[in-house]
Design a protein around this ligand. Structure first.
Ligand code: DX5
Ligand code: ZN
Length: 260
């Protein structure tokens, strides 16, 4: 999501003031700089699944922008099994929130139709699972009205996502995994920030999402590298005051943008 920051740029111009008189006049010209919006997405993987609708509402009341939904298929990409289209469909009946679906499956194409019908908002697939068919995948995701995103595991080089950003049918978000996908509550991998820095330099207005181990003690590394979408599970749900953590994450994105 791209916002616009307006600042004023001072310039001078010389104008003719009659009788052979030239004077210098100061003019103020607005300068528009593209900037990405801070998006905080609590990972519902850390919520109480038995009370998903009220957990979603609680997060939105705490200031969440998106709800991050981890769709995992056990032994097909990750060792864990979480939720699928029927649960997204049920949740959609209770909320209008942006449902940011992160597909950790080997065959993401099979999920586009059911998730589109279920009411998913974003569909982020893994580059490792779509090397042969990402173009078809992106096209289909868009045709179902969802925002296409691509994610990459810690071991995958950033260059792998460039073709998905540069050509036709490009993705609109890159999710840089900062843990091995599969479980919440793992340790943040700071070495992944080189990927974020490289991406931000190349794509100033791209939504760059980070996922895994994000919280008050690690957010600074991610935002100063250029991440603007922050997924946080255990640090938000495990906090006595989740709203305070969400605010802290947002302020960190905004402050980093002011510095850049
Ligand atoms: C891990 C998932 C994450 C996870 C993050 O594979 O993609 O979304 O829920 O949880 P935390 O913030 O606890 O690391
Ligand atoms: Zn995730």
């Amino acid at each position: 999501m791209v916002g616009r920051r307006s600042s004023e740029k001072r310039e001078t111009t010389t104008i003719y003031a009659g009788a052979g008189l030239l004077i210098e006049r100061r003019i103020l010209r607005p300068q528009v700089t593209k900037m990405v919006k801070a998006i905080i997405a609590p990972s519902m993987l850390s919520s109480d699944f038995a009370n998903l609708a009220s957990e979603a509402e609680r997060m939105l009341n705490c200031g969440a922008d998106w709800l991050h939904m981890d769709i995992m298929k056990a032994l097909h990409f990750v060792p864990n099994l979480t939720l699928g289209a029927p649960i997204i469909e049920s949740l959609r009946k209770h909320t209008k929130a942006y449902l940011d679906c992160h597909l950790m499956v080997t065959n993401p194409l099979d999920y586009v139709e059911p998730l589109g019908k279920a009411g998913a908002s974003g569909f982020t697939f893994h580059v490792e699972a779509s090397r042969d068919n990402w173009q078809e995948l992106v096209q289909k995701i868009k045709s179902k009205g969802m925002k296409p995103g691509v994610s990459l595991k810690p071991g995958t080089p950033i260059e792998e996502v460039y073709p998905l950003l540069d050509g036709e049918n490009s993705v609109e978000l890159v999710l840089v995994m900062t843990v091995e996908p599969g479980f919440g509550g793992q340790k943040f991998m700071p070495e992944m920030m080189d990927k974020v820095r490289t991406l931000r330099k190349k794509y100033p207005s791209l939504d760059i999402e980070v996922d895994g181990g994000l919280g008050p003690s690690t957010i600074e590394a991610a935002t100063s590298a250029g991440a603007n979408c922050i997924v946080a599970g255990s640090s938000v749900f495990g906090a006595p005051d989740p709203a305070q953590v969400i605010t802290l994450l947002r302020v960190s994105v905004e402050e980093a943008q002011k510095r850049s």
